[in-house]
Write a protein that binds this ligand. Structure first.
Ligand code: SF4
Ligand code: MG
Length: 332
């Protein structure tokens, strides 16, 4: 059984003149200890998916359909009290900006102790010991001294380490990290991502890494899921997707990466931009930006096919597979 199993998850936003769909029937699974990346430009619905998984959608967002199961337990039906046993404890979240997550008027240590004691009845002394252990675990030097410091006394990278330490406090099975390094310098970003990966490996924790940056995905995630306008458009093993992207949107994202371009070659940005939620086009939502768009792309959402590399929703791939199948038949 998968650790996390998401099926047909749809999220809508309430509006007086008709609700807007932000997530369309998203399905995927995550195994124990697996590292999965969710990639797409801003506005693709990645964060909404992350929030929906842990029931933190802010109003007027709501789960309109589908299921999220954690080791067989349905999460979409839990009440607030039951969520206390899951969020933070079994599924921890790390957000982009550590200053939002950390309380500026409490010391690092007090925040950690509070996080532990809100879930488990242990003595202050033991909670303190555990917190210091976790600070050392994320390779913070002089953890005993850091314990008494305030967030503003730490660098951005150090604060993000503290956030990771907090996420680890209750030994979660899954960490969901939403753009965890975007606010940091490039060199610190790489360090933090490597740390996150190592920590997941050491502790058998599964990771869902939400990012707009394909560059970080290859170093971290074994499997990748690409989102566009509230839908998954491609998912499969990371290396295979990077080496042979099937969906034109995935191809566009990869072509726009500086490290994928040959010296002297211009970067190929995808034309246009992600449409706002209220203007998602019908059919394949990528069609206004897609160099291969045909009439049927504008009319009907393509279904998923397995390309041999990944599972992908695109008519071009579907047509190509149909053509190959025909040749195979003629060969017989
Ligand atoms: Fe492009 Fe059509 Fe494929 Fe969408 S379905 S990505 S518009 S070719
Ligand atoms: Mg986001």
């Amino acid at each position: 059984m998968s650790l996390l199993s998401v099926n047909g998850l749809s999220v809508k936003f309430k509006r007086r003149n008709g609700d807007l769909t932000a997530l369309h029937e998203v399905s995927f699974s995550l195994d124990r200890g697996e590292r999965l990346a969710i990639v797409g430009e801003s506005g693709a619905g990645k964060s909404i998916l992350g929030y929906a998984l842990v029931n933190l959608l802010s109003k007027p967002g709501y789960i309109a359909a589908g299921s999220v199961q954690l080791a067989g337990q349905e999460l979409t039906q839990l009440n607030a009290k039951q969520w206390q046993g899951v969020r933070g404890k079994r599924i921890a979240m790390i957000f982009q900006d550590p200053m939002i997550t950390l309380n500026p008027v409490l010391s690092i240590g007090d925040q950690m102790v509070e996080a532990i004691r809100s879930h488990t009845r242990i003595a202050y002394k033991d909670a303190r010991k555990l917190a210091i252990e976790k600070l050392a675990h994320v390779r913070i030097a002089a953890p005993v001294q850091r314990f008494d410091q305030y967030p503003h006394e730490l660098s951005g990278g150090m604060r993000q380490r503290v956030i990771i330490a907090i996420a680890l406090l209750l030994n979660p099975e899954i960490i969901i990290a939403d753009e965890p390094t975007t606010a940091l310098d490039v060199t610190i970003q790489a360090e933090i991502l490597q740390l996150l990966k190592q920590i997941c490996l050491d502790n058998g924790v599964a990771l869902i890494l939400i990012t707009h940056d394909f560059g970080v995905v290859s170093r971290i995630a074994e499997r990748t899921l690409v989102m566009y306008a509230g839908r998954i458009v491609e998912q499969g093993p990371t290396l295979e997707i990077i080496n042979d992207p099937q969906h034109p949107y995935t191809q566009g994202l990869l072509n726009a990466l500086p490290q994928m371009a040959l010296p002297g070659q211009r970067l190929n940005q995808i034309q246009g931009s992600m449409p706002p939620l209220s203007e998602h086009p019908g059919g394949c939502a990528f069609h206004p930006r897609c160099p291969y768009a045909q009439d049927k792309c504008r009319e009907k959402v393509p279904g998923f096919v397995y390309s041999g590399v990944s599972t992908v929703a695109c008519y071009v791939v579907e047509d190509m597979l149909a053509e190959f199948a025909q040749y195979d038949e003629e060969d017989l």
